[in-house]
Write a protein that binds this ligand. Structure first.
Ligand SMILES: O=C(O)[C@@H](O)[C@@H](O)[C@H](O)[C@H](O)CO
Ligand SMILES: [Mg+2]
Length: 402
């Protein structure tokens, strides 16, 4: 089965998505997501100029060999651009193989380990009362797990607080929006928020929180300790993870479960965190880390140390990544949870898919492949719009982690 063509489709049904479509001489095609939020065009160029020319004529069934060819063959390894381009090819090839065999993708991975995939939704509010109500709306909508983000008293804009109700898109402007940050205000406020959430909603619902890389390891340890009475499912990205050793200090001081990894690209970013048992959940997902071929390697490695998966699933990952991730989640033995930020109706229409939400779970369908397609005619109606992620500064103007 030869690859006869491949092309990149950029569409912006409310936000930008980069999709790779690979065609074969058997008439079967596959699609993969290559979206890199705020830096989309870099992956478009990487694919069009450097990857597509070397794909034409190759045997589409040789997924592992093509993965190794693109990874080793580039010489310049890893990084978000390279690994997203590889992910797009990899997912499109898995899609092709599954379609050609007439099987849903999870069957090729080893079959079902579970009926449905536990997901968490994103509740966010401008202040404490607002956030308590927002979590309530998710519980009423059937969610069993909810991430709570809130405005912080004394700060204008905080991470994760969107303008709408069920949707949140941080890449909101052509030039980066500037936000202000103060960790002490945040550390004082957060335990009061989670106390109020548990008081109002009880302990059955799983509650999560994302620190978005803003604390130092000592501050993260303080937060983890102060949240222990509220039994979090996880505290995510409490400190930046470029230096994996930084998590040792946090781990020594708190039993709050720790999650990290949405910005990781390969197993090398997570190796020490996993084998030293410094984290509980690995957040790396399909599009971020070289596709299914590499993600399942990370998951198998993580299973040796009882680290479970918790794939990133913000709206900048297209429904193609969501579909592929759900097949992975349906199979992976050490599954933890899947993030699920709903896409807009426009996005769902451009990417028809067979996964569905029911009572806090997502279910993949049995369509051969990963079950997500692209309506190219509709996609063409939404041209690319340059958008960038916000930045954060401390109150004295110092650049900080957004
Ligand atoms: O946990 C998450 O979903 C986030 O941290 C994301 O919202 C992240 O900010 C975006 O994916 C950035 O594009
Ligand atoms: Mg996050």
């Amino acid at each position: 089965m030869r690859i006869t063509g491949a092309r990149v489709i950029v569409t912006s049904p409310g936000r930008n998505f980069v999709t790779l479509k690979i065609e074969t001489d058997q008439g079967v095609y596959g699609i993969g997501d290559a979206t890199l939020n705020g830096r989309e065009k870099s992956v478009v160029a990487y694919l069009e100029d450097h990857v597509i020319p070397v794909l034409i004529g190759r045997d589409a069934r040789r997924i592992e060999d093509i993965w190794q060819f693109l990874y080793r063959g580039a010489y310049w390894r890893r990084g978000p651009v390279t690994m997203r381009a590889i992910a797009a090819v990899d997912v499109a090839l898995w899609d092709i193989k599954a379609k050609a065999l007439g099987a849903p993708l999870y069957d090729l991975l080893g079959g079902r380990s579970r009926d449905g995939v536990l997901v968490y939704g994103h509740a966010n509010g401008s202040d404490l009362e607002d956030t308590v109500e927002a979590v309530g709306r998710y519980i009423d909508a059937g969610y069993k797990a909810v991430r709570a983000q809130s405005g912080v008293p004394g700060l204008d804009l905080a991470y994760g607080v969107g303008r709408g109700d069920m949707y949140y898109e941080p890449a909101d402007a052509t030039l980066p929006t500037e936000t202000t940050w103060d960790t002490r205000k945040y550390l004082r406020y957060l335990p009061t928020l989670f106390e109020a959430l548990r008081k109002e909603h009880g302990f059955d619902v799983a509650l999560l929180h994302d620190g978005h890389h803003r604390m130092t390891p000592r501050e993260a340890a303080q937060l983890g300790k102060s949240l222990e009475p509220y039994d979090l499912f996880w505290l995510e990205d409490s400190t930046p993870a470029e230096n994996q050793e930084a998590f040792r200090l946090i781990r020594q001081h708190t039993t709050t479960p720790l999650a990290v990894g949405e910005v990781f690209n390969t197993i090398w970013d997570a190796k020490d965190l996993i084998q030293e048992q410094l984290i509980d959940y690995i957040r790396t997902t399909i599009v971020g880390a070289g596709g299914l071929t590499h993600l399942r390697r990370i998951a198998d490695f993580a299973s040796l140390w009882s680290v479970r998966t918790g794939c990133h699933g913000a709206t900048d990952l297209s429904p193609v990544t969501m579909g592929a991730a759900l097949h992975f989640d349906t199979w992976v033995p050490n599954f933890g949870i899947q993030e699920y930020m709903r896409h807009s109706e426009e996005t769902d229409a451009v990417f028809p898919h067979d996964y569905r939400f029911d009572k806090g779970m997502l279910y993949v369908g049995d369509t051969p492949g990963h079950g997500v397609d692209i309506d190219e005619a509709l996609a063409a109606k939404y041209p690319y719009e340059p958008r960038q992620l916000p930045v954060a500064r401390l109150e004295d103007g110092t650049m900080w982690n957004w």
